[in-house]
Write a protein that binds this ligand. Structure first.
Ligand code: 13P
Length: 253
């Protein structure tokens, strides 16, 4: 069975003190050991990257990420952060194309493609987020839509490059306070489509959107799902630890 990637993006939350406390608690809990069959990861906001890296410590089994990075290595791009800068701060994952960035910050298939290439160029793992709106789902277009998003962003990659990519399917209608948890039944077809295209070719196929302690085990049971990308439930360390426990149990079953 593939390693299950279980991680959280803090989105625009947490002070440095809160971020440090979360990361310190995680380090103490793991005590240097990776839970068998599970790859933990955490994606704080930029301001907390180095603080979280410090708290996790060197040789941490937890991968650290950033929520976005520019496709250029450096230059006159006010307000942006580059992949080399993210790497310098300790990041090993670059989240790309979250629906909140597509909706509010003009992220497109073309910009996600450039950012995936930049992350790979510097040896970081691109965590490509894809997902359709409620309207697309209601029209029956979910699988076609997400395959197009993924195909566009991953266009032209060699098999070796593709093998270093993680894809997170996060339907927009299932994300955040305004979303509703997806049922397992609703996710079978999209994951069948993603699995047919990418299973065994990428590092992981994750699910995200209102993951909680009640639905996590069921979501991990969906064919082709190899991990969870979590917001709110993991923002309290206790929630994240419980998700790691559920995943480890699933990995061992
Ligand atoms: P929630 O788990 O809070 O719905 O957020 C999911 C998400 O967008 C992770 O990137």
């Amino acid at each position: 069975m593939s390693t299950l990637w279980v991680g959280t993006s803090w989105k625009m939350t947490k002070t440095l003190a809160e971020g440090r406390a979360w990361a310190r608690g995680l380090r103490e809990h793991l005590a240097g050991r990776t839970p068998a069959g599970v790859q933990p990861f955490v994606i704080p906001s930029f301001t907390a990257t180095t603080a979280v890296a410090e708290e996790l410590g060197e040789d941490s089994p937890v991968l650290l990420g950033v929520q976005n990075a520019h496709w250029e290595d450096a230059g006159a791009w006010t307000g942006e952060v580059s992949v080399p800068q993210a790497k310098d701060a300790g990041a090993r994952i670059v989240e790309i194309g979250h629906s909140e960035r597509r909706e509010h910050f003009g992220e497109t298939v073309e910009t996600t493609r450039r950012k995936v290439a930049a992350a790979l160029r510097h040896g970081l793992t691109p965590l490509l987020c894809i997902g359709e709106s409620a309207a697309v789902k209601e029209a029956g277009g979910s699988s076609g839509f997400i395959l197009e998003q993924a195909g566009g962003a991953l266009d032209g990659l060699t098999a070796d490059e593709l093998s270093r990519v993680v894809i997170a399917y996060e339907p927009i209608w299932a994300i955040g306070e305004t979303g509703r948890p997806a049922t397992v039944e609703e996710l079978v077809d999209p994951f069948a489509a993603l699995g047919a295209e990418y299973s065994g070719k990428v590092t992981g196929l994750l699910y995200g959107g209102s993951v909680n302690l009640d639905n996590a085990a069921g979501l991990l049971g969906i064919e082709h799902v190899t991990g969870l990308f979590v917001g709110r439930t993991a923002w309290q360390l206790e929630g994240y630890l419980e998700l790691l426990r559920i995943a480890a149990e699933h990995a061992g079953s």
